[in-house]
Ligand binder design. Structure first.
Ligand code: SAJ
Length: 422
């Protein structure tokens, strides 16, 4: 396909990798962001977010002249909106960034342009929020101005791989719009690209993450039931998943990040009376840190006076540095409310900031309980004999079924596993 000039609005975890991917394939990219620090770093061929290999690709794209960054949009063939759609205190979506980005491109729109929304958005965003604004351009929507929703579906930590390999859904305001966007993404997408309408694409994206949230809530509920029943939930799930039509997710301390813990609320917001299971799943997952805090209280009950707890892993999932909505952080906050508890944290991915972590041995020294909160790959190499030597009471709570319980028991640990031990 002929090379296009593409203006990418929003240079975060989705906008930047997408911009870089198009730039690497020969398109001319103008990246736009309101954050001056992002712009300055990019034009210097640096990035301020962490994602495997992204720094290398950004460097190449900037040096090649195919990627530049600025605070204002300019005329282009294609406009991609990849701004945040965060959740507000009342659990409704904050659409102000999508509105602002749509407004910002109006002066630059010309006949033949394509506008793509990538941000995860509640149903009706393209038709009811964006189209009335885009109509101000005077262009005929679907004829002179192609518009579509192409929701991103990539997993943090694997973004550059999944951008290429995953299947995509493109929902156009009409077929002509969807086809134009499909042809553009084909530049680098190796997966299938399925065409539909914009509202169906919006619903699909929210549904994918909601499916995962509901499935994880089921696994968490099962974990609690299995503890009561005196069986190992991890064994139950592993064995059930041998059935060709069963695929149960994993229990854990809850659901974090800015996608799975958020997107179900976009459905609940629009359909509060109908979204019963979805709302219950959200509450079930949100209740897991509280459930673990109660469990910890029971474990430490017999130890008099002050108790020291070391938490291994505080991010929202393994092998990433992101702590947003981390259920382990929620657990830490609950534990901090307990005046007898002193908390230390270990996380090779989080070195500074509000939740400052420590090296392993200083953190576990004198502790009465070590909690495995996140199964970072680095934790597989921990020498638990050395850890046990410096602890005061050798209690270990594994919330991910990551550690070798039998080996730890042999080392003299009291090993507690979420989903097994009541
Ligand atoms: N988790 C469990 N049990 C599991 C799986 C995950 O407790 O069996 C927890 C994790 O520990 C984590 C949270 O769920 O706290 C979410 O992690 P994740 O790796 O499942 O998902 P995200 O939020 O990093 O990325 C998701 C992905 N969606 C799906 O897999 C359906 C990704 O493809 C989306 O692009 C992304 O949301 C997004 O941006 O919407």
């Amino acid at each position: 396909m002929e090379k296009k000039k593409i203006c990418v609005m929003g240079l975060g975890y989705i906008g930047l990798p997408t911009a870089v991917m198009f730039a690497t394939h020969g398109h001319k990219i103008v990246g736009v962001d309101v954050n001056e620090a992002v712009i300055e770093a990019l034009n210097d061929a640096r990035i301020i977010i962490k994602e495997p290999y992204l720094d290398l690709l950004v460097h190449g794209a900037v040096i090649s002249g195919n990627l530049k960054a600025q605070t204002m949009p300019e005329e282009a063939d294609v406009f991609i909106i990849a701004v945040p759609t965060p959740i507000q205190h009342d659990k409704t979506a904050d659409m102000s960034f999508v509105t602002a980005a749509t407004r910002a491109i109006i002066p630059y729109l010309r006949a033949g342009n394509v506008v793509i929304l990538e941000s995860t958005s509640p149903t009706g965003t393209v038709n009811d929020l964006m189209l009335p604004i885009l109509a101000e351009s005077g262009l005929v929507i679907g004829e002179q101005l192609m518009v579509a929703h192409a929701p991103e579906r990539v997993l943090p930590g694997r973004i550059l791989i999944e951008l290429v390999e995953n299947n995509r859904i493109v929902g156009g305001v009409n077929l002509k719009s969807a086809e134009a966007v499909r042809d553009l993404y084909k530049t680098f997408v190796k997966g299938e690209i399925y065409l539909t309408d914009a509202t169906t694409a919006e619903m699909c994206k929210m549904t994918e993450n909601t499916y995962r949230d509901v499935n994880i809530a089921f696994a968490n509920e099962l974990a609690i039931i299995c503890e009561k029943a005196g069986v190992n939930a991890w064994d139950v799930i592993r064995l059930c998943n041998k059935h060709p039509r069963v695929s149960i997710h994993q229990p854990g301390p809850g659901v974090g990040g800015h996608c799975i813990a958020v997107d179900p609320w976009f459905i609940i917001e629009k359909y509060p009376d109908e979204a019963q299971i979805i709302a219950l799943a959200r509450r079930t997952n949100d209740a897991m840190p509280g459930y673990l805090a109660d469990k910890i209280e029971v474990i430490l009950n017999n130890i008099p006076g002050k108790k020291k707890i070391a938490v291994l892993g505080i991010t929202y999932k393994p092998d990433v540095e992101d702590i947003r909505e981390s259920p382990v952080i929620h657990l830490i906050e609950l534990l901090k409310n307990h005046q007898d508890y002193e908390i230390s944290m270990v996380d090779p991915y989080v070195r500074s900031g509000e939740y400052k972590t420590d090296e392993l041995l200083p953190a576990v020294k004198g502790s009465d309980l070590v909690i495995l909160g996140v199964n970072h790959k680095e934790f597989a190499a921990i020498d638990f004999a050395a850890v046990g030597d410096v602890m005061r009471n050798k209690n270990l709570l594994d919330t991910r079924n990551f550690l070798k319980g039998d080996d730890l028991t042999k080392l003299g640990f009291h090993y507690y596993l979420l989903g097994r031990d009541h």
